[in-house]
Write a protein that binds this ligand. Structure first.
Ligand SMILES: Nc1ncnc2c1ncn2[C@@H]1O[C@H](COP(=O)(O)OP(=O)(O)OP(=O)(O)O)[C@@H](O)[C@H]1O
Ligand SMILES: [Mg+2]
Length: 510
């Protein structure tokens, strides 16, 4: 997605992602060239019918696709690293900690026979070595800077490769109106091809110099970090020794069983104090778990901590799942239909909770749903997905008030109107079989606005605004002018009027 969303900091960038599944019936083309960015602190909603590829996209980001999945193209960039390329260890560090995911069915993500408290503290205790965490923290900036440089080098080279093959394609397709243009492209291709080796060498030289310097820096930082960790550990040991000596001195000569017990108790406490400084202890993990349970709105967390999942209602279970995701202090939270299994009132509460947590923790959120009603409550930006592709994306108001793709129109006319309770229009037909994805606009077969070209050629993204793009031939300058369905335009008119009336009332109330 070419996106100029107000120079916000990009936290995640999915580029040209292609995911297929090997099945007995053939290759399922589940995600077909999907790109989008996620910016800091925003919620991007991915909306689309069942089977459009929403979950597969989020599973690819989390690295939890099933074994028959083939990622045959694209990158998922997070902090300068391609998540599809990083090593197993880094992969875990990044995905396990900084990107959290909440699934549709809270029951399936909780273990029915383990107490809630243990399930929340489990992950915290898994990475409980404070010295290691401290070390990683100290080196992470330099490590990432070094890796970024290598990634940038590869991207620059790959981009040049892509430019060359795109040129080749366009010459082969031969859609030139003017033969001079073709000649120019042929010349350019020749120059680029001849110069590629040199380009590659120069690019490598440029970045590898930087990389070398950064690696030296990283080595130095690693050395310092090791020293710091060592000093910290020594300090802790010394403090412990002193404490033990003080206890011994205090009790001088131990008299009787009472005093022995007291003496032993004090020694034990000193040891616990020491361990607290080196490890995340059970007691500390519990304290944090109780805090987070409170944060996600679980009443009586002390009591709830000891209970099993079956003792919780659906909504409370989903709060627990959110709590578990939060223990890792993620930067990005992926919510895959987190409220579909809940009734409407509870659904609203969970959405409110996610919005609150997102704001308080300044999280970025990818929110997946098939329900545009939910999107309206959550999204800063929206990506509409159909048959493995994003067919339209833009800011929430652009998608709701100025939709361009017939599929977005269809989705908009299928949500019940909140005010008039107007009957909804189901989208006619069914999504295509993704073993044989249609050649052109995949929605053409279900769209009464489809033109000939829609059945033959994939539409490019036409720009509607700097932040709004749609892949429909209707936006081609040569296409006949088509109005969106009346039911959609009427709704937009009503909601704009309602918003205006509200604003006016607020103004007058002042
Ligand atoms: N392990 C798998 N093997 C084969 N095909 C799969 C596999 N997982 C997903 N698919 C297919 O990939 C496509 C996209 O599935 P995905 O689960 O992403 O849909 P979705 O948009 O999340 O739908 P829903 O709203 O129902 O959750 C579907 O055609 C699905 O059948
Ligand atoms: Mg899904």
């Amino acid at each position: 997605m070419a996106d100029n969303t107000e120079n916000k900091e990009k936290v995640l960038s999915v580029n040209n992602l292609i995911v297929n599944f090997k099945t007995d019936n053939g290759l399922v083309h589940a995600v077909r060239d999907v790109s989008f960015d996620v910016f800091k602190g925003e919620t991007l909603c991915i909306v689309g019918e069942s089977g459009s590829g929403k979950s597969v996209t989020s599973k690819a980001i989390m690295g939890i696709l099933s074994h028959n999945a083939i990622i045959s193209g694209g990158t998922i960039m997070y902090r300068g690293e391609n998540l599809l390329e990083v090593s197993e260890e880094e992969f875990y560090k990044i995905r396990g900690h900084k990107i959290g995911m909440i699934f549709q069915d809270p029951l399936s993500s909780l273990n029915p026979i383990v107490r809630i408290g243990k399930q929340i503290t489990e992950a915290m205790l898994l990475n409980n070595d404070k010295l290691k965490l401290m070390y990683n923290d100290l080196i992470s900036d330099d490590l990432i800077r070094y890796k970024n440089t290598l990634a940038k080098m590869n991207i620059a080279i790959n981009n040049e490769k892509k430019t060359i093959s795109a040129l080749k394609e366009s010459i082969k397709a031969d859609n030139y109106k003017n033969p001079a243009d073709k000649k120019r492209d042929e010349e350019l291709l020749k120059t680029k091809k001849a110069g590629f080796k040199e380009f590659e060498r120069k690019t490598k030289e440029k970045y590898l110099d930087d990389a070398k310097r950064l690696k030296e820096k990283l080595k130095e930082t690693e050395k310092q970090a090791k020293q710091k960790v060592k000093e910290y550990k020594q300090k802790v040991e010394e403090e412990y020794k002193k404490e033990v000596e003080a206890i011994k001195a205090k009790h001088g000569s131990v008299n009787g069983p009472d005093e022995t017990a007291k003496y032993n108790e004090e020694l034990k406490q000193a040891k616990i104090n020491k361990q607290d400084k080196l490890k995340i202890t059970k007691a500390e993990a519990k304290k944090r778990a109780l805090q987070i349970m409170k944060e996600v709105g679980i009443p009586e967390p002390e009591k709830r901590y000891k209970q099993y999942p079956f003792e919780f209602s659906g909504g409370m279970r989903q709060r627990i799942v959110i709590a578990i995701a939060l223990t890792a202090s993620p930067e990005i939270l992926i919510c895959d239909e987190p409220t579909t299994a809940l009734d409407v009132t509870i659904q609203a509460q969970i959405l409110e909770l996610i919005n609150r947590i997102k704001a308080e923790r300044k999280l970025s959120c990818i929110f997946i749903t098939h329900d545009l009603g939910v999107v309206a409550n959550m999204a800063d930006r929206v990506a509409v997905m159909y048959a493995g592709k994003i067919v339209e994306y833009g800011k929430a108001e652009e998608i709701f008030y100025d939709p361009k793709h017939p599929y977005t129109w269809a989705l908009l006319s299928s949500i019940p109107d909140v005010d008039s309770k107007e009957k909804l229009e189901a989208i006619p037909g069914t999504p295509p079989n993704m073993i044989y994805p249609p050649e052109g606009d995949a929605f053409a077969a279900r769209s009464k606005y489809a033109m000939n070209i829609d059945f033959r050629k994939q539409p490019p993204y036409f720009k509607v605004s700097d932040t709004h793009y749609a892949a429909t031939w209707l936006l081609d300058p040569h296409a006949p002018k088509v109005e969106m369905p009346k039911i959609v335009s009427e709704r937009i008119k009503h909601s704009l009027e309602a918003a205006e009336a509200k604003a006016k009332a607020a103004e007058e109330g002042k």
